[in-house]
Write a protein that binds this ligand. Structure first.
Ligand SMILES: Cc1ncc(COP(=O)(O)O)c(C=O)c1O
Length: 416
Protein backbone atom coordinates (compact mmCIF):
# COMPACT_ATOMS: atom_id res chain seq x y z
CA UNK A 1 0.00 0.00 0.00
CA UNK A 2 2.69 2.47 1.06
CA UNK A 3 4.43 2.07 -2.28
CA UNK A 4 1.25 3.31 -3.96
CA UNK A 5 1.47 6.55 -2.01
CA UNK A 6 5.09 6.96 -2.88
CA UNK A 7 4.62 6.34 -6.58
CA UNK A 8 1.77 8.85 -6.68
CA UNK A 9 3.96 11.37 -4.93
CA UNK A 10 6.80 10.66 -7.29
CA UNK A 11 4.62 11.05 -10.35
CA UNK A 12 3.18 14.36 -9.20
CA UNK A 13 6.11 16.04 -7.56
CA UNK A 14 9.46 14.38 -7.50
CA UNK A 15 10.37 15.14 -11.10
CA UNK A 16 10.86 18.82 -10.47
CA UNK A 17 10.93 19.22 -6.69
CA UNK A 18 9.74 22.30 -4.91
CA UNK A 19 8.75 24.25 -8.01
CA UNK A 20 6.42 21.46 -9.06
CA UNK A 21 4.93 21.39 -5.57
CA UNK A 22 4.45 25.13 -5.67
CA UNK A 23 2.82 24.91 -9.08
CA UNK A 24 0.43 22.22 -7.89
CA UNK A 25 -0.46 24.27 -4.89
CA UNK A 26 -0.38 27.67 -6.51
CA UNK A 27 2.48 29.50 -4.81
CA UNK A 28 4.87 31.17 -7.17
CA UNK A 29 8.34 31.86 -5.88
CA UNK A 30 8.33 35.23 -7.60
CA UNK A 31 5.12 36.49 -6.09
CA UNK A 32 2.82 35.12 -3.42
CA UNK A 33 -0.28 33.52 -4.77
CA UNK A 34 -2.59 35.63 -2.66
CA UNK A 35 -0.56 38.80 -2.94
CA UNK A 36 -2.52 41.12 -5.15
CA UNK A 37 -1.48 44.36 -6.72
CA UNK A 38 -3.97 47.16 -6.61
CA UNK A 39 -3.82 50.72 -7.76
CA UNK A 40 -4.18 53.37 -5.11
CA UNK A 41 -6.08 56.62 -5.55
CA UNK A 42 -5.32 58.01 -9.00
CA UNK A 43 -3.81 54.70 -10.00
CA UNK A 44 -0.40 55.87 -8.79
CA UNK A 45 0.54 53.87 -5.75
CA UNK A 46 0.68 50.11 -5.56
CA UNK A 47 -0.90 48.30 -2.68
CA UNK A 48 0.26 44.82 -1.70
CA UNK A 49 -2.08 42.56 0.25
CA UNK A 50 -0.77 39.84 2.56
CA UNK A 51 -3.56 37.73 4.01
CA UNK A 52 -2.50 36.06 7.25
CA UNK A 53 -5.99 35.58 8.70
CA UNK A 54 -5.95 31.82 8.36
CA UNK A 55 -4.57 28.99 6.27
CA UNK A 56 -8.14 28.42 5.07
CA UNK A 57 -7.69 31.35 2.66
CA UNK A 58 -5.13 29.36 0.63
CA UNK A 59 -6.53 28.78 -2.84
CA UNK A 60 -5.98 25.93 -5.30
CA UNK A 61 -3.36 26.65 -7.94
CA UNK A 62 -3.54 25.94 -11.69
CA UNK A 63 -2.42 22.30 -11.47
CA UNK A 64 -4.99 21.50 -8.83
CA UNK A 65 -7.72 23.23 -10.83
CA UNK A 66 -6.68 21.25 -13.91
CA UNK A 67 -6.79 17.98 -11.99
CA UNK A 68 -10.27 18.90 -10.77
CA UNK A 69 -11.45 19.70 -14.29
CA UNK A 70 -10.15 16.39 -15.62
CA UNK A 71 -11.29 14.19 -12.72
CA UNK A 72 -13.45 11.14 -13.15
CA UNK A 73 -16.80 11.98 -11.57
CA UNK A 74 -19.24 9.32 -10.51
CA UNK A 75 -22.27 9.07 -8.27
CA UNK A 76 -20.77 8.26 -4.87
CA UNK A 77 -23.76 7.44 -2.71
CA UNK A 78 -22.91 3.74 -2.83
CA UNK A 79 -19.16 4.32 -2.99
CA UNK A 80 -18.83 4.31 -6.77
CA UNK A 81 -16.60 7.35 -7.25
CA UNK A 82 -13.18 5.98 -8.11
CA UNK A 83 -11.39 9.29 -7.44
CA UNK A 84 -12.86 9.48 -3.95
CA UNK A 85 -11.83 5.87 -3.34
CA UNK A 86 -8.26 6.68 -4.46
CA UNK A 87 -8.14 9.64 -2.10
CA UNK A 88 -9.38 7.51 0.79
CA UNK A 89 -6.89 4.76 0.02
CA UNK A 90 -4.02 7.22 -0.23
CA UNK A 91 -4.98 8.80 3.08
CA UNK A 92 -5.37 5.44 4.84
CA UNK A 93 -2.03 4.42 3.41
CA UNK A 94 -0.36 7.62 4.54
CA UNK A 95 -1.67 7.19 8.08
CA UNK A 96 -1.09 3.43 8.02
CA UNK A 97 -4.68 2.96 9.14
CA UNK A 98 -7.14 0.40 7.82
CA UNK A 99 -9.55 2.77 6.12
CA UNK A 100 -10.42 6.42 5.54
CA UNK A 101 -13.48 8.46 4.65
CA UNK A 102 -13.74 11.69 2.65
CA UNK A 103 -16.03 14.16 4.43
CA UNK A 104 -16.96 17.79 3.72
CA UNK A 105 -15.22 19.53 6.65
CA UNK A 106 -12.91 19.03 9.60
CA UNK A 107 -15.75 19.93 11.94
CA UNK A 108 -17.86 17.13 10.50
CA UNK A 109 -14.95 14.68 10.63
CA UNK A 110 -14.53 15.33 14.36
CA UNK A 111 -18.26 15.19 15.05
CA UNK A 112 -18.55 11.89 13.18
CA UNK A 113 -15.60 10.57 15.20
CA UNK A 114 -17.41 11.43 18.42
CA UNK A 115 -20.61 9.76 17.17
CA UNK A 116 -18.84 6.64 15.98
CA UNK A 117 -16.78 6.26 19.18
CA UNK A 118 -19.46 7.22 21.73
CA UNK A 119 -22.46 5.09 20.81
CA UNK A 120 -24.28 4.67 24.12
CA UNK A 121 -26.46 7.40 25.61
CA UNK A 122 -24.32 7.67 28.74
CA UNK A 123 -20.95 7.85 26.99
CA UNK A 124 -18.66 10.79 27.73
CA UNK A 125 -15.60 12.20 26.04
CA UNK A 126 -12.66 14.17 27.41
CA UNK A 127 -11.49 17.17 25.38
CA UNK A 128 -9.06 20.01 25.97
CA UNK A 129 -10.72 23.13 27.34
CA UNK A 130 -9.01 25.12 24.56
CA UNK A 131 -9.55 22.58 21.83
CA UNK A 132 -11.23 23.53 18.57
CA UNK A 133 -13.81 20.82 19.21
CA UNK A 134 -14.72 22.40 22.53
CA UNK A 135 -14.40 26.10 21.79
CA UNK A 136 -15.34 26.61 18.15
CA UNK A 137 -18.09 24.13 17.19
CA UNK A 138 -21.16 25.39 19.09
CA UNK A 139 -20.83 22.34 21.33
CA UNK A 140 -21.75 20.18 18.33
CA UNK A 141 -21.01 16.95 20.19
CA UNK A 142 -23.74 17.83 22.72
CA UNK A 143 -26.02 19.62 20.28
CA UNK A 144 -26.01 16.98 17.55
CA UNK A 145 -24.46 13.79 18.93
CA UNK A 146 -25.88 13.89 22.48
CA UNK A 147 -22.42 13.26 23.87
CA UNK A 148 -21.40 15.00 27.04
CA UNK A 149 -17.87 16.42 27.22
CA UNK A 150 -15.68 16.90 30.22
CA UNK A 151 -12.58 19.03 29.82
CA UNK A 152 -8.92 18.69 30.65
CA UNK A 153 -6.86 21.87 30.99
CA UNK A 154 -4.94 22.64 27.82
CA UNK A 155 -1.37 23.47 28.80
CA UNK A 156 0.61 26.13 26.89
CA UNK A 157 2.20 23.47 24.67
CA UNK A 158 -1.17 21.94 23.76
CA UNK A 159 -0.74 18.90 26.03
CA UNK A 160 -2.60 17.86 29.20
CA UNK A 161 -1.32 17.11 32.66
CA UNK A 162 -1.59 13.32 32.63
CA UNK A 163 -2.58 13.05 36.28
CA UNK A 164 -5.38 15.50 35.71
CA UNK A 165 -6.38 13.63 32.57
CA UNK A 166 -6.53 10.37 34.51
CA UNK A 167 -8.62 12.04 37.21
CA UNK A 168 -11.21 12.95 34.56
CA UNK A 169 -11.81 9.31 33.67
CA UNK A 170 -14.80 7.83 35.51
CA UNK A 171 -13.79 4.55 37.09
CA UNK A 172 -17.04 3.67 38.77
CA UNK A 173 -19.22 2.46 35.94
CA UNK A 174 -22.01 1.30 36.31
CA UNK A 175 -22.47 3.61 39.31
CA UNK A 176 -25.60 5.51 38.19
CA UNK A 177 -24.16 8.94 39.09
CA UNK A 178 -21.54 8.87 36.39
CA UNK A 179 -21.41 8.67 32.66
CA UNK A 180 -19.04 6.22 31.05
CA UNK A 181 -15.70 7.62 29.82
CA UNK A 182 -15.19 6.48 26.24
CA UNK A 183 -12.99 8.83 24.33
CA UNK A 184 -10.01 11.16 24.75
CA UNK A 185 -9.55 13.82 22.06
CA UNK A 186 -6.22 15.50 21.40
CA UNK A 187 -5.50 18.29 18.91
CA UNK A 188 -2.31 18.21 16.84
CA UNK A 189 -1.11 20.77 15.97
CA UNK A 190 -2.89 22.86 18.58
CA UNK A 191 -4.63 25.82 17.04
CA UNK A 192 -5.36 28.18 19.96
CA UNK A 193 -1.95 27.34 21.47
CA UNK A 194 -0.28 28.70 18.33
CA UNK A 195 0.27 25.62 16.18
CA UNK A 196 2.10 23.70 18.90
CA UNK A 197 3.15 20.17 18.01
CA UNK A 198 2.28 17.48 20.54
CA UNK A 199 5.41 15.57 21.60
CA UNK A 200 5.39 11.91 20.55
CA UNK A 201 6.09 10.87 24.15
CA UNK A 202 2.95 12.70 25.28
CA UNK A 203 0.88 10.92 22.65
CA UNK A 204 2.36 7.61 23.74
CA UNK A 205 1.44 8.32 27.36
CA UNK A 206 -2.11 9.37 26.49
CA UNK A 207 -2.52 6.16 24.52
CA UNK A 208 -1.16 4.09 27.41
CA UNK A 209 -3.68 5.74 29.73
CA UNK A 210 -6.51 5.15 27.28
CA UNK A 211 -5.51 1.48 26.89
CA UNK A 212 -5.37 1.07 30.66
CA UNK A 213 -9.01 2.13 31.02
CA UNK A 214 -10.36 0.85 27.70
CA UNK A 215 -10.89 4.29 26.13
CA UNK A 216 -10.28 5.35 22.53
CA UNK A 217 -8.10 8.25 21.39
CA UNK A 218 -9.21 10.53 18.56
CA UNK A 219 -6.76 13.06 17.15
CA UNK A 220 -8.14 16.27 15.69
CA UNK A 221 -5.33 16.35 13.18
CA UNK A 222 -6.64 19.25 11.11
CA UNK A 223 -2.97 20.27 10.79
CA UNK A 224 -1.27 16.96 11.58
CA UNK A 225 0.77 17.24 8.35
CA UNK A 226 2.33 20.39 9.81
CA UNK A 227 3.19 18.37 12.91
CA UNK A 228 4.79 15.67 10.75
CA UNK A 229 6.90 18.25 8.91
CA UNK A 230 7.95 19.94 12.16
CA UNK A 231 8.94 16.63 13.76
CA UNK A 232 10.52 15.27 10.59
CA UNK A 233 8.54 12.02 10.77
CA UNK A 234 5.92 10.39 8.54
CA UNK A 235 2.33 11.19 9.62
CA UNK A 236 1.86 7.51 10.51
CA UNK A 237 4.49 7.83 13.26
CA UNK A 238 2.29 10.45 14.92
CA UNK A 239 -1.12 8.90 14.43
CA UNK A 240 -0.03 5.42 15.52
CA UNK A 241 -0.82 6.63 19.04
CA UNK A 242 -4.44 7.43 18.17
CA UNK A 243 -7.25 5.07 17.20
CA UNK A 244 -8.65 7.59 14.72
CA UNK A 245 -7.56 10.86 13.13
CA UNK A 246 -9.14 13.70 11.17
CA UNK A 247 -7.21 15.81 8.67
CA UNK A 248 -8.31 19.03 6.93
CA UNK A 249 -7.45 19.13 3.23
CA UNK A 250 -8.62 22.71 2.80
CA UNK A 251 -6.25 24.51 5.17
CA UNK A 252 -2.50 24.62 4.61
CA UNK A 253 -2.88 21.76 2.13
CA UNK A 254 -4.76 24.04 -0.26
CA UNK A 255 -7.76 22.00 -1.42
CA UNK A 256 -10.96 23.98 -1.87
CA UNK A 257 -12.95 21.77 0.50
CA UNK A 258 -12.81 18.49 2.36
CA UNK A 259 -11.38 16.51 5.22
CA UNK A 260 -10.35 12.94 5.91
CA UNK A 261 -11.34 10.71 8.80
CA UNK A 262 -9.19 7.60 9.19
CA UNK A 263 -9.26 4.61 11.51
CA UNK A 264 -10.14 0.93 11.79
CA UNK A 265 -12.39 -0.52 9.08
CA UNK A 266 -15.41 -1.11 11.35
CA UNK A 267 -15.10 2.45 12.69
CA UNK A 268 -15.06 3.87 9.15
CA UNK A 269 -18.11 1.76 8.27
CA UNK A 270 -20.00 3.37 11.18
CA UNK A 271 -18.52 6.77 10.28
CA UNK A 272 -19.90 6.51 6.72
CA UNK A 273 -23.38 5.93 8.16
CA UNK A 274 -23.00 8.96 10.47
CA UNK A 275 -21.79 11.08 7.54
CA UNK A 276 -24.98 10.30 5.66
CA UNK A 277 -27.17 11.01 8.71
CA UNK A 278 -25.48 14.40 9.13
CA UNK A 279 -26.13 15.30 5.49
CA UNK A 280 -22.48 14.93 4.55
CA UNK A 281 -23.00 12.20 1.96
CA UNK A 282 -21.68 13.98 -1.12
CA UNK A 283 -23.05 12.73 -4.39
CA UNK A 284 -20.51 13.53 -7.13
CA UNK A 285 -17.24 13.89 -5.31
CA UNK A 286 -14.65 13.22 -8.02
CA UNK A 287 -13.59 16.82 -8.61
CA UNK A 288 -13.21 17.55 -4.92
CA UNK A 289 -11.42 14.27 -4.30
CA UNK A 290 -9.00 15.03 -7.16
CA UNK A 291 -8.02 18.24 -5.38
CA UNK A 292 -7.77 16.35 -2.10
CA UNK A 293 -5.41 13.80 -3.65
CA UNK A 294 -2.96 16.49 -4.73
CA UNK A 295 -3.25 18.29 -1.41
CA UNK A 296 -1.84 15.27 0.44
CA UNK A 297 1.61 15.82 -1.04
CA UNK A 298 3.19 19.12 -0.34
CA UNK A 299 5.42 18.78 2.70
CA UNK A 300 7.95 21.16 1.16
CA UNK A 301 5.36 23.90 1.03
CA UNK A 302 4.51 23.40 4.70
CA UNK A 303 8.19 23.49 5.56
CA UNK A 304 8.48 26.90 3.91
CA UNK A 305 5.37 28.11 5.76
CA UNK A 306 7.03 27.16 9.03
CA UNK A 307 10.22 29.01 8.11
CA UNK A 308 8.30 32.15 7.14
CA UNK A 309 6.22 32.05 10.34
CA UNK A 310 9.40 31.79 12.41
CA UNK A 311 10.99 34.71 10.52
CA UNK A 312 7.94 36.87 11.26
CA UNK A 313 7.90 35.84 14.94
CA UNK A 314 11.57 36.72 15.28
CA UNK A 315 10.92 40.12 13.72
CA UNK A 316 8.10 40.72 16.19
CA UNK A 317 10.46 39.90 19.05
CA UNK A 318 13.22 42.13 17.65
CA UNK A 319 10.92 45.04 16.86
CA UNK A 320 12.06 48.43 18.12
CA UNK A 321 9.95 49.84 19.78
CA UNK A 322 9.36 46.60 21.71
CA UNK A 323 5.61 46.47 21.22
CA UNK A 324 5.07 42.72 20.98
CA UNK A 325 5.12 39.79 23.39
CA UNK A 326 5.91 36.62 21.49
CA UNK A 327 7.51 33.33 22.45
CA UNK A 328 9.57 32.60 19.34
CA UNK A 329 10.63 29.18 20.63
CA UNK A 330 6.95 28.21 20.71
CA UNK A 331 6.51 28.93 17.00
CA UNK A 332 6.88 25.39 15.68
CA UNK A 333 4.66 25.39 12.62
CA UNK A 334 2.65 27.85 10.50
CA UNK A 335 0.85 29.78 13.26
CA UNK A 336 2.20 32.79 15.16
CA UNK A 337 0.29 33.94 18.24
CA UNK A 338 1.37 37.15 19.94
CA UNK A 339 0.05 39.93 22.12
CA UNK A 340 0.74 43.63 22.59
CA UNK A 341 2.77 45.02 25.46
CA UNK A 342 1.05 48.41 25.24
CA UNK A 343 -2.29 48.43 27.05
CA UNK A 344 -3.24 51.62 25.21
CA UNK A 345 -3.10 49.83 21.85
CA UNK A 346 -5.86 47.26 21.61
CA UNK A 347 -5.46 44.14 19.46
CA UNK A 348 -8.38 45.40 17.34
CA UNK A 349 -6.71 48.75 16.70
CA UNK A 350 -3.38 47.12 15.89
CA UNK A 351 -5.03 44.77 13.38
CA UNK A 352 -6.97 47.67 11.87
CA UNK A 353 -3.71 49.62 11.41
CA UNK A 354 -2.07 46.57 9.81
CA UNK A 355 -5.01 46.14 7.45
CA UNK A 356 -5.15 49.66 6.05
CA UNK A 357 -2.69 51.86 4.21
CA UNK A 358 -1.72 54.52 6.75
CA UNK A 359 -0.86 58.19 6.20
CA UNK A 360 2.72 58.52 4.98
CA UNK A 361 3.04 54.79 4.37
CA UNK A 362 3.57 54.91 0.63
CA UNK A 363 6.28 57.58 1.06
CA UNK A 364 7.98 55.56 3.81
CA UNK A 365 7.71 52.07 2.34
CA UNK A 366 7.49 52.81 -1.38
CA UNK A 367 4.08 51.18 -1.55
CA UNK A 368 1.01 50.50 0.54
CA UNK A 369 0.95 47.14 2.35
CA UNK A 370 -2.25 45.73 3.78
CA UNK A 371 -1.65 42.83 6.18
CA UNK A 372 -4.76 41.02 7.30
CA UNK A 373 -4.81 39.25 10.66
CA UNK A 374 -7.18 39.43 13.59
CA UNK A 375 -7.51 39.13 17.37
CA UNK A 376 -8.18 35.46 17.72
CA UNK A 377 -8.77 34.40 21.26
CA UNK A 378 -8.84 36.59 24.33
CA UNK A 379 -6.12 39.22 23.68
CA UNK A 380 -4.09 37.02 21.36
CA UNK A 381 -3.51 38.03 17.74
CA UNK A 382 -3.01 35.15 15.32
CA UNK A 383 -1.19 35.18 11.99
CA UNK A 384 -1.15 32.04 9.85
CA UNK A 385 1.14 31.08 6.95
CA UNK A 386 -0.04 29.09 3.96
CA UNK A 387 0.77 28.44 0.34
CA UNK A 388 -0.44 31.90 -0.64
CA UNK A 389 2.32 33.61 1.34
CA UNK A 390 5.88 33.67 0.02
CA UNK A 391 9.02 34.77 1.83
CA UNK A 392 8.70 38.07 -0.05
CA UNK A 393 5.19 38.51 1.39
CA UNK A 394 6.59 37.73 4.82
CA UNK A 395 9.15 40.51 4.44
CA UNK A 396 6.35 42.88 3.40
CA UNK A 397 4.39 41.90 6.53
CA UNK A 398 7.49 42.60 8.64
CA UNK A 399 7.99 46.02 7.04
CA UNK A 400 4.38 46.87 7.70
CA UNK A 401 4.51 45.65 11.31
CA UNK A 402 7.60 47.81 11.95
CA UNK A 403 5.94 50.79 10.27
CA UNK A 404 2.78 50.41 12.40
CA UNK A 405 4.85 50.08 15.58
CA UNK A 406 6.88 53.22 14.85
CA UNK A 407 3.80 55.20 13.82
CA UNK A 408 2.06 54.17 17.01
CA UNK A 409 5.02 55.32 19.11
CA UNK A 410 5.20 58.60 17.20
CA UNK A 411 1.44 59.25 17.73
CA UNK A 412 1.78 58.39 21.40
CA UNK A 413 4.71 60.74 21.98
CA UNK A 414 2.91 63.55 20.14
CA UNK A 415 -0.16 63.18 22.33
CA UNK A 416 1.84 63.38 25.58
C1 LIG B 1 -7.79 22.33 14.95
C2 LIG B 1 -8.99 22.45 14.07
N1 LIG B 1 -9.84 21.42 13.99
C3 LIG B 1 -10.92 21.46 13.21
C4 LIG B 1 -11.20 22.57 12.44
C5 LIG B 1 -12.45 22.59 11.61
O1 LIG B 1 -12.22 22.48 10.25
P1 LIG B 1 -13.30 22.97 9.17
O2 LIG B 1 -13.18 24.44 9.08
O3 LIG B 1 -12.89 22.24 7.93
O4 LIG B 1 -14.64 22.54 9.67
C6 LIG B 1 -10.34 23.66 12.48
C7 LIG B 1 -10.63 24.86 11.68
O5 LIG B 1 -9.97 25.86 11.72
C8 LIG B 1 -9.21 23.60 13.32
O6 LIG B 1 -8.35 24.64 13.41
Amino acid sequence: MYSKTLSFLQRVLASSGRDAAAAVMGRSSAQGYCTTLKSGPGGAARTRVVDLRSDVVAKPGPAMRKAMAEAEVEYDLMGEDSTARELEELAADMFQMEAALFVPTGTMANLIAVMAHCRERDDEMIVGDLSHMHVFTQGGSAQLASVHATTATTLPDGTFDLEQLESKIHHRYPNPHHSRSRLICVENTHNIRGGRVLPLTFLQEVRALADKYGLSVHMDGARVMNAAVAQGVPPSTIVQHAHTVSLCLSKGLGAPVGAILAGPRDFIFRAARCRKALGGGMLKTGMLAAAGKLSLFQMEILEEDHRNAKTFAQALGDCDPPLFAVDTAAVETNIVCFSLREPSLSPFEFCARMGQVGAGEVAALGQGIQVHMFPYFRNIIRAVWHLGISSEDTQLAIQKMQFVASQYLRDKLRSQ
